[in-house]
Design a protein around this ligand. Structure first.
Ligand code: FUB
Length: 327
């Protein structure tokens, strides 16, 4: 039903571009095609009395239950399908206030999903995005990308993937001349999709095209902040993400799921609201950007709504909201 609604809206009111869901607030849409239908896995935003701060405390998702290891803040989820099962992945704070990533397993795209008792071993930070490399030319392996700065705690792991450094907690990140930006993380998934495979977590490098070196920490217009998403088209891997405090969605491309990826440009300019977060999916031969903004709430940062826009590729694998052939 949801699918029919957004397709029809988009065809007949090309410039309208309203929220897809209006009876509640939704954010961080992870869209997937399962059984020839588009499913969106969003966060559920709600009103709270919590003051806006740079740690993101006001993003206080609450309507989940029976996850023993979680204390609060079930943030941006994602889903995956492999070998007949559906997996729901979600970040949340554990009882020590540290973000970890959990998994729940189900038989259908809409659930129900039964959560594992503990988080994925070795997982940390936020915004999991799981990419199954299932093209004809690929090996069917699955990879989880994750990480987010400031309230997302990614900067607390500069001493190692398994060392949480509380001194970096809060709205902090590396800065200053010569300092490299932190990259999102990637881990190959175990065959059962519930743990990281033996080789563990790696940092993903995003390179500046003009130097071939990693993006710098002070390059806030381009550096990774949160909301990693990976898709593949014509054998090329696309890593897209939010730049956080500069509010862009941008992308980088590479030839391996592990990277390195080279920065290529912006997909979406700042929307109404602080956060911007998206997914990209192919459906019936066309490509779609799902994202959120705060139009429906009149600009309340933690009350967001999911939208969709068509995206287009040029002959060199460049991606944009404009169709070159149709202008
Ligand atoms: O929805 C909570 C957080 O806000 C997400 O984890 C971030 O990506 C940002 O959208």
């Amino acid at each position: 039903m949801l699918r029919d609604r957004w397709i029809i809206k988009h065809h007949h009111h090309h410039h309208h571009n309203g929220p897809l869901i209006t009876h509640l607030y939704t954010a961080d849409p992870s869209a997937h095609v399962f059984n020839n239908r588009v499913y969106i896995y969003p966060s559920h935003d709600r009103e709270t009395d919590i003051q806006f701060n740079d740690n993101g405390d006001q993003y206080d998702m609450a309507d989940y239950h029976d996850i023993p290891w979680v204390s609060k803040q079930l943030w941006a989820p994602d889903a995956a399908f492999r070998d007949g099962k559906y997996y729901l992945y979600f970040p949340a704070r554990d009882h020590a206030g540290i973000f970890r990533i959990g998994v729940a397993v189900g038989d259908r795209p809409e659930g129900p999903f039964a959560p594992d008792a503990g988080p994925i071993r070795g997982s940390y930070s936020i915004d999991p995005a799981t990419f199954v490399d299932a093209d004809a030319d690929a090996d069917g392996e699955a990879y989880m990308y994750f990480g987010g700065l400031w309230g997302g705690q990614l900067q607390c792991y500069q001493k190692g993937h398994d060392v949480f450094d509380a001194e970096w907690a809060g709205a902090r990140e590396p800065r200053g001349p010569g300092a490299y930006a932190l990259g999102p993380r990637v881990a190959r998934m175990s065959a059962d999709m519930r743990q990281f495979a033996g080789e563990g977590v790696r940092e993903v490098e995003i390179l500046a095209p003009e130097t071939g070196e990693r993006l710098l920490a002070d390059d806030h217009d381009r550096r990774f902040f949160e909301a990693a998403w990976v898709h593949k088209r014509d054998g090329l891997y696309y890593l897209s993400y939010s730049t956080g405090d500069t509010h862009y969605l941008c992308y980088a491309t590479g030839t391996s799921p592990y990277g390195p990826f080279t920065y290529r440009g912006r997909i979406l300019e700042p929307v109404l609201g602080w956060t911007t977060h998206h997914s990209i999916v192919e459906f019936q031969g066309r490509w779609w950007l799902f994202h959120h903004d705060c139009e429906l709430s009149g600009g309340v940062n933690h009350l967001r709504s999911v939208k969709v826009k068509e995206i287009f590729y040029d002959g060199e694998g460049g991606l944009s909201l404009r169709s070159r052939s149709r202008v």
